[in-house]
Design a protein around this ligand. Structure first.
Ligand code: AMP
Ligand code: ZN
Length: 433
């Protein structure tokens, strides 16, 4: 099922013609209305008139998160304040928050894109959507909410937290679709088990999970334990919020980027060079339709690759692979690059371990030390010393073999690692503190 068949299955040539028209228009708009862009276009000696083909996008300046911070709060807006109907902000755990705005048309487009996402996951207006993404300045809650309503589904605005109650609501209201971070869904699942509620016996059919990195192994774990389909949705507040790309249920192989609204590129994060299709690198996005805060070549820091081959669902829009990590989340342990998602994959493939873990990086003398804390499954007891020791040894060996680093393994008791209500904090980096 496709929400907007005409646009989502547009032949590539026509799609690219539409993108080019929109790219020219967004360049003109930012050049005329955003001093930051006028300056950065001028510095590179490029003007909107230089955009004659899609390839010319590589002549344009990048936009970084720091640019949004430097122009805090409204300096990047391209429309007068009275045309802005909504503000969101990202949490800003490092430095100032980044503030984004939406015109009425932006909010409408966003709702439509999220409705496309729901349909990608096989949801229709007959579904009941339990929305456990946080409501507020974070884009997840309201983004999914408007999308579910646009689809015509019954929307249940639960937000994050009050986990026991959520589990009861899931049972009593009979939701068929759930939206949350994958880590929060695991917490819901675990709470349900404690409350004697079996997710497998509920009408819940599909989960739309995103907002944080997760692995295919985590997907399998969720699908098996809850007997649902677990789909992947991607987005970021700077570019819009959730709904930039979405996995289709037919293939479950990569997320379709809605290319009539976003122009993707993959670059080498070190050199900034554009990489050929299929290569892995940093995703860069140009917004093609956004009015309040259009962004040119926004460096997402997310590491992925693009697949332009036809998809069996019929959509022609390019697919991006599951996010491998963020270029700024990549841990460099004694010179070796390690992504937390690689560690997650190994943990989840090891019998006896739970999907609850934390990675702690510290420095002893001049050396980096990596510690992986992971909960053992409930039925395992920490007094089975021999079994635990061999589990630790094996895990250490596998990590060394696959990632090339030595990790200290600390098996911890069930329920000791803090559960997330939204985005999970997987890495604690104590170096340089
Ligand atoms: P925020 O702006 O707070 O919504 O955070 C956006 C960031 O969350 C993205 O840049 C990604 O790093 C991460 N993210 C969102 N969706 C996913 C996903 N499906 N898989 C992995 N990371 C994601
Ligand atoms: Zn598809």
């Amino acid at each position: 099922m496709i929400y907007d068949v005409d646009l989502e299955t547009l032949p590539r040539e026509e799609l690219e013609a539409l993108q080019l028209k929109r790219l020219k228009s967004v360049c003109e708009r930012v050049y005329a209305n955003v001093p930051f862009y006028r300056r950065s276009f001028d510095e590179l000696g490029v003007s909107p008139a230089d955009i004659r083909s899609l390839k010319d996008v590589s002549k344009l300046p990048f936009t970084k998160k720091q640019d949004l911070r430097d122009n805090y709060p409204y300096g990047m807006f391209a429309v007068p304040a009275e045309n802005v109907v909504r503000i969101h902000a990202s949490s800003g755990t490092t430095g100032k928050a980044t503030v984004v705005g939406y015109t009425q048309r932006d909010v409408d487009n966003w709702a439509t894109l999220m409705a496309r996402c729901f349909m990608c996951a096989g949801a229709t207006r007959k579904d009941l959507v339990h929305n456990a993404y946080g409501y507020g300045l974070f884009t997840g809650g309201l983004g999914a909410h408007y999308g579910a309503e646009r689809l015509g589904a019954t929307t249940i605005p639960v937000s994050g937290g009050a986990t026991k109650r959520q589990v009861q609501l899931l049972r009593d209201f009979g939701a068929t679709v759930i939206c949350s971070t994958p880590s929060y869904f695991l917490f819901l699942l675990e709470t349900a088990e404690q409350e004697g509620i079996d997710f497998k016996s509920l009408p819940l059919r599909v989960g739309i999970f995103g907002a944080e990195p997760w692995s295919d192994e985590m997907r399998r774990e969720i699908e098996e334990r809850a007997n649902i389909k677990a789909t992947n949705v991607y987005g970021l507040s700077e570019v819009m919020g959730p709904g930039v790309s979405m996995e289709c249920l037919e293939a479950q192989k990569g997320m379709h980027i809605f290319e009539d609204h976003f122009l993707p590129e993959i670059i080498d994060p070190e050199t900034g060079e554009t990489l050929p299709p299929g290569e892995t690198g940093e995703l860069v996005l140009t917004t093609l339709t956004k009015e309040a805060i259009p962004l040119i070549r926004y460096r997402t820091r997310d590491i992925t690759s693009l697949d332009y081959t036809p998809c069996r669902c019929g959509r022609t829009h390019v697919r991006m692979s599951r996010i491998k990590g963020r270029s700024d989340d990549m841990l460099i342990i004694r010179g070796v690059n390690v992504f937390p998602s690689q560690i997650e994959s190994i943990l989840l493939e090891t019998p006896g371990l739970s999907p609850h873990y934390q990675i702690i990086v510290n420095r002893e003398g001049n050396l980096d030390v990596l510690e992986v804390q992971v909960e053992v499954q409930e039925e395992m007891h920490l007094d089975e010393i021999k079994r635990l020791q061999s589990l630790e040894r094996n895990l250490q060996k596998t990590i060394k073999e696959f990632l090339g680093v030595t990790a200290k393994i600390k098996l911890v008791e069930h329920q000791t690692i803090e559960r997330s209500q939204g985005k999970a904090k997987r890495v604690v980096d104590l170096r340089g503190k």
